[in-house]
Design a protein. Structure first.
Length: 264
């Protein structure tokens, strides 16, 4: 039986942006698994969802082994996160059901939303990367599935296979537009327009993120210089205060001595 206290995040522990991203991808993965298990789909749509599921599993496995490599106590990390590895194995129906346990994390995150927003906002770069990862996987999944469902039944359509749908989604979101595969229906055109808009926004965020990487060192240096200047000014003020204190104490001692001499 799985130890909930070990596997779930502790209440007082805030998840990192990438942990939150993996949990959101787990939710997407569970939806894909449910569709593969219970929905009546044609062969190409099933193949497409299988490709999506396998891609998400590769992300999960990579994230697991990266964290395992970075963990100080690898045995302890494996003991607490072995269910993540089991749930990341693709193409085995029985092991896919293990991903339902990951939904417990998402449910718990909903209860922790207020407590995790502020820490996430403070980790700008990591949060941006995690958001881009989730957005890319989600957009590619929805776009490829929807365009295949819409176009596959049309006689003049050229997007008829899972590979065609994935390639079209990749090309469209990148706004390259090779034109080898394109939608022929009105709904397909609408979907393509939405994907293009998402792609422009997506790569706009990437451009801003890359710019921030090069600008951030200068900002950090300016902040350090300002902090050093403030420390120097504070030190000068303290030195003046010490000198004034010494002068005041010296004058008080002189006054005491004069009073003592008058009393005598």
């Amino acid at each position: 039986m799985i130890d909930r206290k070990r596997w779930l995040l502790p209440i007082n522990q805030n998840p990192t942006p990438f942990e939150l991203a993996m949990m959101l991808l787990s939710l997407l993965s569970v939806i894909v698994v449910l569709m593969l298990t219970f929905a009546k789909l044609d062969d190409e749509t099933r193949r497409l969802l299988f490709f999506v599921d396998t891609s998400i599993c590769i992300i999960f496995i990579s994230y697991f082994f990266v964290n395992l490599f970075r963990a100080e106590d690898k045995r302890d990390y494996f003991r607490h996160h072995w269910i993540d590895l089991v749930a990341s194995i693709p193409a085995i129906e029985a092991l896919r059901l293990a991903r339902f346990f990951q939904i417990l994390r998402v449910i718990r995150l909903i209860r922790m939303t207020r407590s995790i927003l502020i820490p996430l906002m403070r980790q700008h770069q990591e949060t941006t990367l995690a958001s881009l990862l989730v957005a890319m996987v989600t957009i590619l999944t929805l776009a490829s599935v929807m365009i295949l469902l819409v176009e596959s039944g049309e006689p003049n359509a050229n997007i008829n296979t899972a590979e065609n749908a994935i390639w079209w989604a990749l090309v469209t979101i990148s706004t390259v537009g090779y034109g080898d595969y394109y939608p022929v229906t009105t709904v397909g055109h609408f979907i393509g327009g939405l994907v293009i808009i998402c792609g422009v926004s997506f790569f706009g965020v990437i451009s801003g993120y890359m710019a921030s990487i090069f600008i951030a060192p200068d900002s950090k240096q300016r902040q350090e210089a300002q902090s050093q200047q403030m420390r120097d000014e504070l030190e000068m003020v303290l030195q003046r205060m010490e000198k004034n204190q010494e002068t005041l104490l010296s004058e008080i001692a002189t006054l005491k001595q004069q009073l003592n001499e008058k009393n005598k």
